[in-house]
Design a protein around this ligand. Structure first.
Ligand code: ACO
Length: 379
């Protein structure tokens, strides 16, 4: 190939294997996803989120003693410094919560005593501090924006119970906590998605985990990635009633517009996480006594399949599930952050353990080389 022949460009890196990984495996042909060899559905029915976080970071499920120690460490690290709380209080109250948590994580890095230590041991400790503090920061920013005082985390509560506690000041019935916990397990990890690849790229430069996670949060915010769970709920609200769903969808497809919560780069015949999340979203609809959103969802999913042969992704059932749990829509993608920090950190550790700078090539299509015309002669 001469240097004037454009090589094959895989726009969006479609179908490109960028590295090996032992953390999770997506099998689109069977619609399955495993974390460290365990099917996600199996993990959802048999484990809590903390067990899955331990699994992602350590490669094996914990024993009872290991889980207890992991939980104690997470619970002990939840509080924010007074300085960080004050900084969060000063954030613009109309800022999107994703911008708030991205900035709060960046600030956590500045005050972390081990920020510059990129050894595996220090990175693991910092990952634990991030896991523990992110819910506190999300909830504090949310409450300050509403003119409410933050709620101090409760170390006696599980990760999911505490999330409700810091956001609402109370913990709902166990069925609601279980549905939330399942959503966190499903969101925890998903191979080389855009935000994880961002985290790995940043880690590959030798930068610390706070830098990597700050960048990953930026990547997750977009509506083509994590931001879709919020967009789904805005869409369902716009449709309003089940009888409007078909006409709304037709209008959307006539304009070749995207229908949020549908499609996936890897899964082309169904997202393996959707049936489990849908089951728990249906349970939330029963608990709340409002089937409207699930009914609109059911119609949209059937019509998208019939008209476009496109299946929903995890964000489609997660959006209404969070809404039915009582969360305001701008908190949906930050909840994704609170979960995905586990997968991101596992990838940062994996990247650091066998690092090579991530630096692909671009094929230049701009103007040919030319001389600089001095300013005085440019007219
Ligand atoms: N609505 C309508 N049409 C769609 C959708 C959708 N949601 N998704 C894909 N299509 C269409 C595309 O327009 C394309 O049509 P064309 O061939 O006529 O141009 C065709 O389906 C194939 O799509 P791809 O190009 O293969 O999709 P790609 O892999 O580039 O993008 C993506 C995947 C970004 C997820 C896309 O499906 C999308 O934008 N979905 C909506 C946003 C969303 O839900 N994102 C969440 C992703 S999952 C997650 O982050 C947990």
């Amino acid at each position: 190939m001469s240097d004037t022949t454009q090589p094959e460009i895989r726009k969006g890196l479609v179908g490109v294997y960028a590295d090996v990984s032992a953390i999770s495996k997506v099998m689109p042909e069977t619609n399955s996803l495993t974390y460290r060899g365990y099917a996600v559905q199996d993990l959802c029915e048999n484990c809590c989120f903390e067990e899955v976080a331990y699994l992602l970071w350590n490669g094996e499920l914990p024993t009872r003693a290991q889980l207890d120690a992991f939980r104690r460490e997470e619970a002990a690290n939840r509080a924010l410094s007074p300085r960080l709380l004050k900084a969060i209080e000063g954030f613009p109250h109309d800022a999107h919560p994703m911008d708030a948590i991205r900035t709060a994580v960046s600030l956590m890095g500045m005050e972390d005593p081990e920020v510059a230590d990129v050894s595996e041991a220090a990175t693991r400790r910092k990952a634990m501090r991030l896991l523990a503090k992110i819910p506190t920061a999300i909830a504090a920013a949310h409450r300050f924006a509403k003119g409410l005082a933050p709620v101090a985390p409760d170390p006696g509560l599980s990760f999911s119970e505490n999330f409700f506690h810091v956001v609402f000041g109370k913990v709902p019935q166990p069925e609601v906590v279980k549905a939330f916990d399942v959503s966190l397990i499903l969101y925890a990890e998903h191979t080389f998605n855009a935000s994880t690849f961002t985290a790995r790229t940043i880690a590959s430069t030798g930068a610390d985990i706070h830098a990597a996670i700050t960048g990953a949060i930026g990547a997750l915010k977009g509506p083509l990635h994590g931001g879709a769970n919020e967009a789904v709920m805005h869409m369902l609200e716009e449709i309003g009633e089940p009888e409007n769903a078909v006409a709304w969808l037709e209008g959307r497809l006539d304009h070749r517009a995207l229908v949020m919560g549908f499609g996936h780069r890897v899964y082309k015949s169904g997202d393996s996480r959707v049936p489990t999340m849908t089951k728990y979203a249906e349970r939330m609809a029963e608990v709340v006594g409002d089937r409207r959103w699930m009914e609109i969802s059911r119609i949209l999913a059937a019509e998208m399949l019939r008209r476009k042969n496109i299946h929903p992704n995890l964000d489609f059932p997660a959006g209404p599930a969070y809404y039915l749990m009582g969360f305001e829509i701008p908190l949906f993608t930050p909840i994704f952050v609170a979960s995905r920090i586990t997968g991101w950190a596992a990838h940062v550790l994996e990247q650091m353990a066998d690092n090579r700078l991530i630096r692909p090539l671009s094929w230049y299509t701009g103007v040919e080389q030319r001389p600089v015309v001095p300013l005085a002669q440019r007219g």
